[in-house]
Write a protein that binds this ligand. Structure first.
Ligand code: CTP
Length: 413
C-alpha cells in the first residue's frame, strides 16, 4: 500500500522530468509523503517550486546546503525512506549510480540508503541500447535495484523505440507493487476471469453479465504480492495488467483447454470466471433467419466443468479456489460446490446484493473453508477484496503445507 509510505523521488536531467511532476502528484494524492531530490540537470527542465507545490514537502538539490547543523540531510532522508524512485533516470545518472559516485544530493542519498530503489530509465533508443548503458543497468540489477522498464514509442529526440519513461500511472502501479508485502513470492497463481461466450451464429452468442473485474483484481494483487501470475481471460473490456501473462479465450471450451494446459504449473488456482454452463449443439455458419412467427428452439449441451476436471488431476500441494455467484439459497450452494468441486476455499457472492457481484466496483464476499468455517469480508472495492482473499489464501496455503510436512515427518518417524 502506498498510503503513508515515505518515498524519495529522484529526478534527473531528461525531457521526461516533467512527467515526474505527474508522478509526484499521483503519489501525494495516494497519501505518500513524497520528498523530491533533483539533480542540477533536472532543474533545467522543471523547477523545484513545481514539485514543492505538488508534494507540499521541501525539495533538495545541493548536498552542501545544510541549513540545520543538527542534521545531515542526505543521511537522514536515506534512513527515513521506505522507497527511493529515480524517474526519469538518464544514462549519465545510471552510470554514476552504477559506479558508486557520490557527488550530489541524489547520488550520496542512493549510496546511503538501505531502502529498495526503483530506477526508471528514459533516454534516446540508441543510448538505451548502448552496451555501456546496458552494462551499467546490469550492475544496478546485480546490486538489487529494480528497473521500471522504459516503454516503446515516440521519443522526444524524434526517434521511435525503447526509451520512453514508463508512464506515470504505470509507475504508480510498479510502486504499489514495491510497497506490497511479498506473501505470495515463489507461487505461480493461475486466475480465470470474465464471462465466456457461446456462439449461436456469426452475430449472436450466449454470455453473462460478468465484467472480469474481480478476476483481474485478483491477478493484479497476486502480482503485487510477488507471485508469477497467469490470467486466462474471457472477453472483457480491460487493459492488460502489468507483470501478468494474459491468455485470451472466448468460449468455455477454449477456457477449459487453456486452464488444463496451464494448471500443472500452477501452485494456486483462482477460478473467478463466470463460465457458461451450456453451449449450442452447433454454431450456425451463417446468420439465423426468422422462420415466420414460429418460436426458435436452441438445443444446448453442457460445457465441461473445469473445476471438476482439475479435481481429477490436481496434486495434493496445489491450492484450488472456486467462486460462486448465487441469487438464492447461497449458503447451501456454496457448501455444496465446495465439496463437489473438491475445493480448498470457496468465495461466495450474492449477485443480487447491492454493491456485490457482476459489473460493480465493489464486492461483498464470504469465504467457505472445508472445516465448515465461514468468514464474511467487509463490502469494499474489488482490489481490496482481492487483497483480503489473497491474505486468506496465503495463510491457508502455508497451513496446508505445514500440515502435509507434519504428516510426511510422522510417516518417516
Ligand atoms: N466453473 C467451472 N466450469 C464450469 C462452470 C463453472 O470451472 N463449466 C467454476 C466457476 O469458475 C466457479 C465455480 O465453478 O469457480 C462455480 O461456478 P458457478 O457458475 O457459480 O456454478 P456452477 O458449477 O456452474 O453451478 P450452477 O450454474 O448450477 O450454479
Amino acid at each position: 500500500m502506498i498510503e503513508g509510505k515515505r518515498i524519495i523521488l529522484g529526478i534527473t536531467g531528461g525531457i521526461a522530468a516533467y512527467k515526474a511532476a505527474i508522478l509526484a502528484s499521483a503519489l501525494t494524492k495516494r497519501k505518500a509523503v513524497v520528498t523530491v531530490v533533483m539533480t542540477r540537470g533536472a532543474m533545467q527542465f522543471i523547477t523545484p517550486l513545481t514539485l514543492q507545490s505538488l508534494t507540499r514537502q521541501p525539495v533538495y538539490e545541493d548536498v552542501f546546503d545544510e541549513r540545520n547543523p543538527a542534521r545531515i540531510t542526505h543521511i537522514e532522508l536515506a534512513d527515513e525512506a521506505d522507497l527511493v524512485v529515480v524517474a526519469p533516470a538518464t544514462a549519465d545518472a545510471i552510470a554514476r549510480f552504477a559506479h558508486g559516485i557520490g557527488d550530489d544530493m541524489l547520488t550520496t542519498l542512493l549510496l546511503a540508503t538501505r531502502a529498495p530503489v526503483v530506477i526508471a530509465p528514459a533516454m534516446n533508443v540508441h543510448m538505451y541500447e548502448n552496451v555501456i548503458v546496458q552494462h551499467n543497468m546490469n550492475k544496478l540489477i546485480e546490486a538489487g535495484y529494480h528497473i521500471a522498464e522504459p516503454g516503446v514509442g515516440p521519443l522526444a529526440c524524434g526517434y521511435t523505440g525503447k526509451g520512453r519513461l514508463m508512464e506515470p500511472e504505470d509507475l504508480v502501479e510498479f510502486i504499489d507493487m514495491m510497497c506490497t508485502d511479498k506473501i505470495l513470492a515463489g507461487e505461480h497463481v493461475l486466475v480465470t476471469a470474465g464471462p465466456t461466450r457461446e456462439r449461436i451464429d456469426p452475430v449472436r452468442y450466449i454470455a453473462n453479465d460478468s465484467t472480469g473485474t474481480m478476476g483481474y483484481a485478483l491477478a493484479q494483487m497476486a502480482w503485487r504480492m510477488g507471485a508469477k501470475v497467469t490470467l486466462i481471460s474471457g472477453p472483457v473490456d480491460k487493459e492488460p495488467l502489468m507483470g501478468v501473462e494474459v491468455i485470451y479465450v472466448t468460449s468455455a471450451t477454449e477456457m477449459y483447454d487453456a486452464v488444463m494446459h496451464h494448471v500443472p504449473q500452477a501452485s494456486i488456482v483462482l477460478k473467478a470466471a463466470a463460465v457458461a454452463d451450456y453451449h449450442p449443439t452447433e454454431a450456425s455458419d451463417s446468420k439465423l433467419k426468422k422462420q415466420g412467427s414460429d418460436p426458435l428452439t436452441l438445443t444446448l449441451v453442457q460445457n465441461k466443468d473445469i473445476l471438476k476436471a482439475i479435481k481429477e488431476q490436481r496434486t495434493t500441494t496445489q491450492f484450488i479456489v472456486g467462486f460462486a455467484a448465487e441469487t438464492h439459497h447461497a449458503d447451501y450452494y456454496a457448501r455444496k460446490k465446495l465439496v463437489e468441486k473438491g475445493l480448498d476455499l470457496l468465495v461466495l457472492n450474492n449477485v443480487l446484493e447491492p454493491g456485490a457481484g457482476f459489473g460493480t466496483t465493489t464486492n461483498h464476499v464470504s469465504l467457505y473453508y472445508p472445516n465448515q468455517v465461514v468468514e464474511t469480508l467487509p463490502l469494499a472495492p474489488k482490489l481490496d477484496v482481492a487483497h483480503d482473499i489473497l491474505l486468506a489464501v496465503a495463510r491457508e496455503v502455508k497451513r496446508k503445507r505445514e500440515l502435509a510436512h507434519l504428516v510426511v515427518s510422522e510417516e518417516d518417524a
